[in-house]
Design a protein around this ligand. Structure first.
Ligand code: PHE
Length: 359
């Protein structure tokens, strides 16, 4: 017992005396009984927690006391509260000292227990695949480029030969950024192809570059559509660059991703900034007879690509009579999903640790 039980009882007694000057009612009777119960407790039963309660009872029933007694009741009740708090602090200190003592004595210490597990973060699956691809391409002498996510309308559309009436320019498909009236329009880039023109202006041909990054589209969201996702652009400009180079580069890319030779095929595809344009399919890496990933066709659509359109080279300040190039747009998010068997693209950026811990 760290506090003086007798003085606490005396304080309670003074509160009770103040109560007797109040008009008799059910409220006063109940309150008196509650307070008397505290007075009747043994010294040992007057623990700090009980004292806290004993101070809270009159403080919470102040309106029952006559006005002129309330100041006195408040000060007595607060004195009980302070006694309780002081006793609690002493108890806490004693418990701490005891625990320290136990630790120092070595009692209860088990040297054979494994150490507590260290929690350790891991790289996001998109980062993992991006780094692998960056390693692969830099090992072949390609440069890694970056570009702004908030892009000019020019780099996102005009310089890429995308006409002003193209549906991607619609506010339904694209997030436009509010700008001053008359200022150039800005857009959350809808693809990494924006960096094509930036790269041409910055680098002297011949050059080879990849551009991994985030892109944004105003999509109706579902398991395969997300407003924010990742792409990796590839761009090569040089003398006599041909579709043959494009095919060879794509085969190398697939070998790097899947660790073995994978058959590919090209189908015609339309993108205003390539001519000719292709859709590149790869033999399904997961089956030979058709499975759910390839929708029973044994081919998976991997990436759009093509030969850089002369107008795009011109927009980048490069003479299309002297130089040619190819470009591809790898859906990085989709590749990550294929690679790890993730069935919903929305998992990738949801930031849920339960998902992320699996990689
Ligand atoms: N930028 C195109 C898209 O996001 C993909 C693409 C890139 C197509 C390069 C051809 C060449 O849909």
């Amino acid at each position: 017992m760290t506090h003086d039980a007798a003085s606490v009882r005396a304080l309670l007694g003074e509160i009770l005396a103040a109560l007797s000057s109040a008009a008799e009612s059910d409220d006063t009777r109940t309150l008196r009984e509650r307070l008397e119960r505290f007075v009747a407790l043994s010294d040992d039963a007057l623990t700090p927690a009980v004292l806290l309660e004993a101070s809270a009872v009159p403080l919470g029933a102040m309106r029952i006391f006559p006005k002129e007694a309330r100041g006195l009741v408040g000060s007595k009740a607060n004195a009980i509260k302070q006694a309780a708090e002081a006793a609690l602090a002493v108890e806490k200190e004693a418990a701490l000292a005891k625990a320290l003592e136990a630790q120092r004595s070595g009692a209860g210490f088990d040297a054979t227990m494994p150490p507590p597990r260290q929690t350790c973060g891991s790289l996001h699956p998109i980062t993992q695949v991006t780094r692998e691809l960056e390693d692969l391409f830099t090992s072949m002498g390609w440069t890694i480029l970056d570009g702004p996510e908030v892009e000019t309308e020019h780099c996102n559309f005009d310089a890429l030969n995308i006409s002003p009436d193209h549906p991607a320019r619609d506010t339904m498909d694209t997030f436009w950024v509010k700008t001053q009236p008359g200022a150039p329009r800005l857009v959350m880039r809808t693809h990494t192809s924006t960096v094509q023109v930036r790269a041409m202006r910055r680098l002297q041909p011949p050059f080879r570059a990849i551009v991994p990054g985030k892109v944004f589209r105003n999509e109706a969201l579902d398991a395969s559509h997300e407003h924010t996702f990742h792409q990796m652009e590839g761009l090569v400009v040089g003398k006599h660059v041909s579709v043959g180079h494009l095919i060879a580069a794509m085969k190398t890319l697939l070998r790097g991703i899947f660790g073995r030779e994978i058959e590919i095929r090209l189908r015609p595809g339309y993108f205003p900034f390539v001519e000719p344009g292709f859709e590149l399919d790869a033999r399904c890496p997961f089956c030979t007879e058709g499975c759910s990933v390839c929708k029973r066709s044994t081919w998976i659509e991997l990436l759009p690509c093509g030969m850089v359109h002369p107008n795009v080279l011109k927009a980048g300040g490069i003479d299309p009579e002297q130089w040619t190039g190819f470009a591809f747009g790898l859906g990085l998010s989709r590749l990550v999903m294929l690679r790890f068997g993730i069935d919903d693209v929305r998992h990738l950026l949801a930031g849920d640790v339960r998902f992320l811990e699996q990689f």
